[in-house]
Design a protein around this ligand. Structure first.
Ligand code: FES
Length: 156
């Protein structure tokens, strides 16, 4: 389990990134808006790109209050685009890259997912349900620390 630290000036967390990268990301975030509402009504906390070889990202679950409800989905980062959803059995993570041709799938206000490119539709936890025929979004390994406060997603 990586050591997770939180920047006091923003909502960034340090996991598998170096301290220098973390400080750089935190500085950029202080200028930019770290917490934004994405177009579909979901919530996004951008933690910036993950450098090659650092294949994990950790997030504080308190940054995603929507995840307290079963059926909710939040976008946790844009590059690569990934999301976390709360299902009846717990949290799951998945890629928001469409399995048809790779467009970033949007989270709608009702937490269903829609690809803006050819209209593939997915359930809140990334299962294909209609529109352009393709496969479900790719699941990513997710672990939660024993305190239930931090989720770590493996990207590789
Ligand atoms: S890229 Fe998503 S439906 Fe074609």
């Amino acid at each position: 389990m990586p050591d997770v630290k939180r920047c006091s000036g923003c909502r960034l967390t340090e996991a598998a990134v170096s301290r220098r990268d973390f400080v750089s990301l935190a500085t950029m975030s202080a200028v930019a808006v770290a917490l934004t509402a994405c177009g579909g009504g979901g919530t996004e906390v951008s933690t910036g790109p993950v450098p090659p070889g650092n294949g994990q990202v950790s997030v504080l679950l308190t940054d995603f209050p929507a995840l307290s409800a079963v059926g909710a989905t939040v976008k946790v980062r844009s590059s690569p685009p990934i999301a976390i959803a709360r299902t009846a059995t717990g949290l799951v993570a998945f890629s928001l890259s469409c399995t048809h041709q790779g467009s970033t799938v949007n989270i709608k206000s009702d937490f269903t997912l829609l690809c803006p490119n050819h209209g593939a539709q997915f359930t809140a936890d990334g299962v294909w349900k209609g529109g352009e025929r393709t496969t479900s979004l790719v699941r990513l390994p997710l672990t939660v620390n024993p305190a239930g406060t931090t989720a770590t997603i493996t990207l590789d």
